[in-house]
Design a protein around this ligand. Structure first.
Ligand SMILES: Cc1cc2nc3c(=O)[nH]c(=O)nc-3n(C[C@H](O)[C@H](O)[C@H](O)COP(=O)(O)O)c2cc1C
Length: 220
């Protein structure tokens, strides 16, 4: 199985968040010895802010901001499982991860992560990370992915939480293998798609490629 870890700590390999996320990967490897891992540290890339020019809706993945984003979005499309790892910055994901989310709004319009699984790994000073985990879960659903779960830890008790991260990795791998369906999550994903159906129909003249994607998917 193909797993993409996107980590947004500026401390990269030395970061608390990456250490926690690595345990998730270890759990996945335990369930699937052939798992193929790719790791992206967002701080090694330049990711500009979304300009809301809508180019990516007119021509899929065509972004007017020329930076690393298309490469990263394509890697997300290739993965079966995505681990989103971020430190808690004022009860949110880091600005770099938010920039990535904003730049992926085509995924939201076309539910491009449908059939994929996302997990979250978050660290903080306090270990009070519910808002951040919930936000990543929300992001997963709005892109069509199911959420296998999240793990969070205070930086000061990281060791104690490695077991939870490892168990979450194992769970994610099993969800992927079994193509697990979480009915409650699918209801949320379907409701979001219904919402976008109206918008895609309203904007079909401008958002030509997204409209064509909906037609091709048989959702209209
Ligand atoms: C800008 C900034 C904002 C932060 N906001 C919070 C916060 O709201 N709550 C908290 O518990 N910790 C907060 N922290 C602490 C970090 O989340 C914590 O040190 C984290 O483990 C760092 O992860 P890293 O080692 O992976 O970079 C903040 C740190 C920074 C730099």
């Amino acid at each position: 199985m193909k797993i993409l870890l996107i980590s947004s700590s500026p401390h990269k390999e030395k970061s608390n968040t990456f250490l926690l996320a690595k345990e998730v990967l270890r759990g996945i490897a335990e369930e699937d010895a052939k798992a193929d891992f790719e790791i992206i540290h967002l701080s090694e890339h330049h990711i500009g802010f979304c300009r809301h020019c809508e180019e990516c809706h007119k021509k899929i993945l065509n972004c007017s901001v020329k930076d690393s984003i298309t490469v990263i979005l394509n890697k997300m499309l290739e993965a079966e499982g995505i681990v989103l790892a971020t430190p808690n910055y004022i009860n949110q994901v880091t600005a770099s991860m938010k920039a990535l989310f904003d730049r992926s709004s085509h995924f939201i319009h076309c539910r491009r992560l449908l059939g994929k699984y996302i997990v979250a790994a978050v660290t903080s000073g306090s270990g009070q990370d519910k808002e951040v985990l919930d936000y990543i879960k929300y992001y997963a659903h709005t892109c069509g992915a199911q959420y296998s779960g999240g793990v969070s830890s205070s930086a000061y008790v990281l060791k104690e939480k490695t077991k939870d991260a490892y168990a979450l990795g194992k769970k994610m791998a099993r969800d992927i293998k079994e193509k697990k369906v979480f009915p409650e999550q699918m209801k949320v994903i379907e409701a979001g798609r219904e919402h976008f159906k109206r918008i895609i129909l309203l904007r079909k003249e401008e958002w030509r490629e997204e409209y064509a994607y909906w037609q091709k998917s048989g959702w209209l």
